[in-house]
Structure formats: structure tokens, C-alpha cells
Design a protein around this ligand. Structure first.
Ligand code: IP8
Length: 260
């Protein structure tokens, strides 16, 4: 079984001022996914469909009693993330992939931004029946009543499912080849790290992404190091390079970073 996350930056235009799909990438990525006959769980990030609203309405910070505007913000974030999921599933279905969209906010709960309830039996059942469950980063209920809702990132879902379902592979499709010593979009001398462990030292702002409410690449590394601690390694690849997803599903070697 494989758990594959497609970053929101690969399937949407993440820095757009309104939710915008990257149609070319989405289409190509979905077309490459038809080449696996292994069990597959897909998770996608929220990209501009989630982060714009989450930031604007400060999802995850204190909500004053009866602040309708803030509640509306949570509702709008959820709705928008779900719209993206519909678009992704529809595209997958065009390629004959039996994609089933599963709404995280309907059954997962956080407390202070950390998962405390997640009954994944429904995901397992879909998987065992031959479907491809598709989950996503979402704004979910939080048992801290002061904030009421917090963000659940796709990376948190990966970590939880990785720990509990122990897949053969955990792959993260991003918009860069992996983890670099410095931000590759700003520094020409940034070097790709083939392996990252808890002892790897990275520049603190090496992965900063202003459009991201869940910590960009830094947030990802932390979740994946936690997963590695539990004995499940993962691999970050560039999902924007044509052929990469297909190659990794077919066990071919590509430029990437392994977190172990
Ligand atoms: O894009 C964030 O999920 P991510 C979810 O996987 C929202 O970090 C709603 C911003």
C-alpha cells in the first residue's frame, strides 16, 4: 500500500489571490496515477483553496463568543477545501481511478491543533474494497472551545495514517525536488539533501512560505521526522516534473529526499 500526498502548491496556484487550479499539473498528475495497481491512499493539500481563507479568517485562533464572522471563516475554509477535493476526484475519475473523496472535518477532531480522534476504519474499508480514498487538508473541529476549529494539514493526516496503517511507501509530491540546505527559490547555491534525519541542520528560514498557514516545508519535515521515529520512512519528490510520480510508483530512482 502507498500513501501519496500531492501538495497544494502542485495542483493549485498557491500564491493566487483567489482559489485557482493549476489545470495542467492536476491533469498530468492524475494521468500518472493510473499506472499503479497497488492500494493507494491519496491526500492533497489545500493550496489556494484553503490557505487564503484560513489566513484571512485566522482559523485556529481564539473565537470570541458569537463571532459570526469567524464562524463563517471556518465554514468558508471547509467549503473551499471540499470544492478542491471534488475537482481532484472528478479528474481522477476521468482517468478511471475509483476516487472517493473523504471529508476530514466530518470525522476527525483536533485538540489545540493536534489530532485526538480519527477513526480510519472507513478508509481501510474503501481501500480493501478497491477504491482510492482521497483526503485533504481541512479546517476541522477542535476540542479547545476557545478556538472551536483548527487546521488539519495533509501532512498530519499522512503521519497519522502512516503510523497506523504502516504503508510500504509514503510519498510527498511537492513543487521542489526535496529538501534543500537553503531555499532553492532564492539561493542558487542551495543543495538538495538526499537524506534528512533528526540530526540534519537546516537554515531556519530555508523553507519559509508566506502563503502557507501550516508551516510550508518546515511543517512537513517535522511531521515526517515524527513518522520516521515510529519506523516509517518517507520520500519527498517533485510532483511538478512530468514522469516523477509514475516513476516513483514504478520503483524507479528519481531526485528526491528520503526522511528517515
Ligand atoms: O495544505 C492545510 O492543509 P495543507 C489546510 O496540507 C487548510 O497544509 C484548510 C489551510
Amino acid at each position: 500500500m502507498i500513501i501519496l500526498k500531492i501538495g497544494g502548491s502542485a495542483i493549485t496556484k498557491k500564491n493566487a489571490i483567489k482559489p485557482t487550479i493549476d489545470h495542467e499539473n492536476l491533469d498530468r498528475i492524475c494521468s500518472e496515477l493510473q499506472y499503479t495497481n497497488q492500494q493507494l491512499i491519496l491526500i492533497h493539500g489545500a493550496g489556494s483553496y484553503g490557505h487564503i481563507y484560513a489566513k484571512q479568517y485566522e482559523v485556529g485562533s481564539k473565537i470570541e463568543t458569537n463571532s459570526k464572522e469567524r464562524l463563517m471563516g471556518v465554514a468558508k475554509t471547509q467549503n473551499s477545501a471540499q470544492k478542491l477535493n471534488n475537482i481532484v476526484c472528478e479528474k481522477l475519475q476521468e482517468y478511471q481511478i475509483p476516487a472517493i473523496g473523504i471529508q476530514p472535518s466530518a470525522f476527525i477532531r483536533n485538540k489545540n491543533g493536534k489530532i485526538i480522534k480519527f477513526d480510519y476504519s472507513i478508509i481501510k474499508q474503501y481501500l480493501d474494497d478497491g477504491f482510492v480514498p482521497v483526503l485533504y487538508g481541512d479546517a476541522i473541529l477542535d476540542e479547545n472551545n476557545d478556538i472551536k476549529s483548527s487546521i488539519l494539514s495533509g501532512d498530519q493526516i499522512i503521519k497519522y495514517l502512516g503510523e497506523n496503517l504502516r504503508p510500504e511507501k509514503v510519498i510527498l509530491g511537492s513543487d521542489v525536488d526535496g529538501i534543500y540546505t537553503k531555499n532553492p527559490n532564492e539561493y542558487d547555491d542551495a543543495e538538495l539533501l538526499e537524506v534528512v534525519t533528526k540530526d540534519t541542520i537546516l537554515e531556519s528560514d530555508s523553507t519559509h512560505d508566506a502563503a502557507d498557514v501550516t508551516g510550508g516545508m518546515n511543517g512537513k519535515i517535522n511531521e515526517l521526522l515524527e513518522l520516521a521515529k515510529k519506523g516509517v520512512c518517507s520520500q519527498i519528490i517533485n510532483a511538478e516534473k512530468p514522469g516523477n510520480i509514475r516513476n516513483i510508483l514504478e520503483n524507479k530512482k528519481i531526485k528526491s529526499t528520503i526522511i528517515k
